[in-house]
Each structure stands twice: as structure tokens, then as C-alpha cells.
Design a protein around this ligand. Structure first.
Ligand code: NAD
Ligand code: UD1
Length: 346
């Protein structure tokens, strides 16, 4: 019997790619999602890629008794907790929404698991949490190690760090609980089939979806936020990681925890920085057309440069990112050009 892995937020961008990677690795993923930021059409796409109809529990992680019933019915060997909200700007305007969804949602899920386990209805599952490199804020040095100072600079980042701390306390109380915290750098790209990808609602906040929408003609031009940073071409440098590499990092984390590895906190990045203009030029190569852009003022809160030191993930999980920027752009373009209106056009 292949172990069941419960994916909260499994219909979303990273969750859907992780679903595919888990199936390929021989696991049985089950999705729990309320579709607040995803489209049910993703389920059909996942069926086409994997050849199996996804099992999906539709509901809210904040509904603790219902989540407990899901855990009791599926008795997952591991839970990967993607569900949450993730827009930095929105978190500044609506911090309480972020505390409710990210902190409250994680608390509800953990309580549901604990109740199911204490009732003898399910074994204690390994737990993997989606955290973010923004917990480091503006780092003192690059590449950024996991031991770098934690300076969350937005309510979003603060909620992720709060959940990391909550998990730390939960593990002290239950030393047998195997918990992996994964701090993602900048996930981009799409599955090579072009059937699933990132589908932001409204105007994209992040670079790669904005560039893709310019290339496909949905937006006129990109604004490059600042070209006077202390970087070689003056634009901001980030560690873009292919979402399929990230998904495989989750498989490696689940596998390690199920094999008895004690808990960990790990960066998931490539270790390589790319500038905004590197991304624009790579995308132009991928789509074979120019991506018009104009230089605009810096975006408040942005830092000049950060990229991961991913050595610890390589040592503990035997995982490292394999795909480069050209592949990230080619796969983003295949998804965007095949689905110009995202899943809504499906
Ligand atoms: P996403 O919005 O595409 O996916 C999140 C999924 O969770 C969606 O399908 C949404 O419908 C679901 N969801 C949200 N609230 C829920 C609730 N209360 N109950 C049930 N389902 C709910 O986001 P993503 O990019 O796939 O990110 C996944 C996780 O990774 C998030 O926790 C995010 O904070 C974290 N993360 C993302 C990035 C990134 O750049 N995408 C970077 C670092 C960390
Ligand atoms: C942002 C979030 C971070 C989140 C990450 C997910 C902020 C402050 N941080 O990080 O919490 O984990 O997304 O991938 O929002 N850029 C442009 N024009 C654009 C959009 C972006 O020039 O239209 C530039 C930015 O200035 C930056 C780079 O592109 O230099 C990457 O931006 P983005 O994709 O938003 O990621 P981050 O800012 O790293």
C-alpha cells in the first residue's frame, strides 16, 4: 500500500505540482482545499497528467472538526501544509486576515491532527510546512543560510515565522512528532506538460507571472522596479527555483521524515541569483518575442539581493534543484501561451 499524503492547499500552484511529484514517487496524495485561490479545473488537469483521478476533500482548514474527520478517514502518513494566503502587500493592509488564515489555519490543522491521534483514530503523521525566505528580511550576507537572523518585515512573513515557532513548541511537547519546515525562495515555472501552472487572480504581484502576461499580450509592458541597486545591472537579484524542483524537494522531505529523519528547517532554492533583466532576457529567448519594459521607481520593501545557501537540503535530503532559468521560462511560457486566461478559460 502506498502511503497517503494529505496536501492542504493541494489545488494551488505549488500543491498541484507536488501532487504530480508525489504520484510519480509512488505515494497517494489527497487534496484538502477550499478553492479560495485555485480553480477546480486543476483536478481534471492533474488526472490527465497522472492518469489517476485526484481524491479531493473540499473544505476549510479552519473547520477543525471537519479536518479531524478528514484525517480520521484518510489516516495520512504525512501532511504537507500549503493552505494559506501569501500576498505581502495585502498582508500589510489586512494583517488580521493573515493571522487568521496562516496562524489560525495552521493551529486548526494541528489541533485536528492531535485530536484524531489522541482518539486513537490515526497514527501521528509527519508534518511539512510551507514557509518562506522572507522570514530572513534583508539579509546581512548572501548566500543566506538557515542560521541567518530572522527579521520578518511584513505581517505575511511574521505569520509564517509564528507558525514555525508554534511547530517548535509542539515538537517539544511530542518529541516523536517529525516536522519539516521548508523555506522557499522564489518559485516559478510550470509542469513541462503545460497543463498546470501559476494562475494569479488580478494583476500579478510577482515578476514571472507579470512577464508571462506581457509576453502573451495580456499586459502592455513590465515595470522594472528600480535599476539603481548595487547589483551588476542595477536590478534586484533573486533565487528563482523551478516549481517542479520545489515539488521534488517536498517529496524528498516527506521521504526523509517517513524514514525516521528527525525534524529540520531547510532552505529550498538553487543557490544562484538572477536579476530582473536576466529573467526578461531568458523569457524573450523562451517565447521568441520581445518583452517590453520600462524602468520604474523601486518597490517599497524590496531588497537588492538574496539567494539561498541550499547545502543543508542537499546534505539532509539528498535533494538539489536541477532546472535552470531557461527551463523555468520555457515552461512558464508553455503554460501561459496554452492557457492565456489561466484555468478560467479551461
Ligand atoms: P496558492 O494560493 O496557489 O495555493 C494555496 C492553496 O490553499 C489554494 O488552492 C487555496 O485555495 C488554498 N487555501 C487557502 N486558504 C485555505 C483554507 N483556509 N482552507 C483550505 N484551503 C485553503 O499558493 P502557492 O503559491 O501554491 O503557495 C503555497 C504555500 O507556499 C503558501 O502557504 C505560501 O505562503 C507558501 N509560499 C509560497 C511562495 C510563492 O511564491 N508561491 C513562496 C514562499 C512560500
Ligand atoms: C515576493 C514577496 C515574497 C514572496 C515572493 C514569492 C515581497 C516584498 N516579497 O518576493 O514574500 O515569498 O514574492 O515569489 O513582495 N519586480 C519587478 N517588476 C514587477 C514585479 C517584480 O521589477 O512587476 C522585481 C522586484 O523588484 C524583485 C524581483 O522582480 O527585484 C522579484 O520580485 P517578486 O517576484 O515580487 O519576488 P520577491 O520580491 O522576491
Amino acid at each position: 500500500m502506498s502511503p497517503t499524503i494529505l496536501l492542504t492547499g493541494g489545488a494551488g500552484y505549488i500543491g498541484s505540482h507536488t501532487f504530480v511529484a508525489l504520484v510519480e514517487a509512488g505515494y497517494t496524495p489527497v487534496i484538502l482545499d477550499n478553492f479560495s485561490n485555485s480553480h477546480p479545473a486543476v483536478l481534471d488537469r492533474l488526472a490527465r497528467i497522472t492518469g489517476m483521478t485526484p481524491v479531493c476533500e473540499r473544505g476549510d482548514v479552519l473547520d477543525t472538526p471537519w479536518v479531524q474527520s478528514v484525517v480520521t478517514r484518510h489516516t495520512p502518513a504525512a501532511v504537507v501544509h500549503f493552505a494559506g494566503v501569501k500576498a505581502v502587500g495585502e498582508s500589510v493592509a489586512q494583517p488580521l486576515k493573515y493571522y487568521r488564515q496562516n496562524v489560525g489555519g495552521s493551529l486548526s490543522l494541528l489541533q485536528a491532527i492531535e485530536s484524531a491521534v489522541d482518539a486513537g483514530a490515526a497514527p501521528l503523521p509527519a508534518f511539512v510546512f510551507s514557509s518562506t525566505a522572507t522570514v530572513y528580511g534583508d539579509p546581512d550576507e548572501v548566500p543566506v543560510r538557515e542560521s541567518a537572523p530572522l527579521r520578518p518585515s511584513s505581517p505575511y512573513a511574521q505569520t509564517k515565522l509564528t507558525v514555525e515557532e508554534m511547530l517548535g513548541c509542539a515538537v517539544v511537547a511530542r518529541p516523536a512528532w517529525r516536522v519539516g519546515v521548508l523555506r522557499y525562495f522564489n518559485p516559478v515555472g510550470a509542469h513541462a506538460s503545460g497543463l498546470i501552472g501559476e494562475d494569479p487572480s488580478g494583476i500579478p504581484n510577482n515578476l514571472m507571472p507579470f512577464v508571462s502576461q506581457v509576453a502573451v499580450g495580456r499586459r502592455e509592458r513590465l515595470s522594472v522596479f528600480g535599476n539603481d541597486y548595487p547589483t551588476p545591472d542595477g536590478t534586484g537579484i533573486r533565487d528563482y527555483i523551478h516549481v517542479q524542483d520545489l515539488a521534488e524537494g517536498h517529496v524528498a522531505a516527506v521521504r526523509a521524515l517517513l524514514a525516521g529523519q528527525p525534524g529540520f528547517t531547510l532552505n529550498l532554492g538553487t543557490g544562484k541569483g538572477s536579476s530582473v533583466l536576466d529573467v526578461v532576457h531568458a523569457f524573450e529567448r523562451a517565447c521568441g518575442r520581445p518583452v517590453p519594459y520600462q524602468v520604474a521607481p523601486r518597490r517599497p520593501g524590496d531588497v537588492a539581493e538574496y539567494f539561498a545557501d541550499p547545502a543543508r537540503a542537499r546534505e539532509l535530503l539528498g535533494w538539489q534543484a536541477r532546472r535552470g532559468l531557461d527551463e523555468m521560462c520555457a515552461d512558464s511560457w508553455r503554460w501561459q501561451s496554452g492557457n492565456p486566461a489561466g484555468y478560467a478559460g479551461a
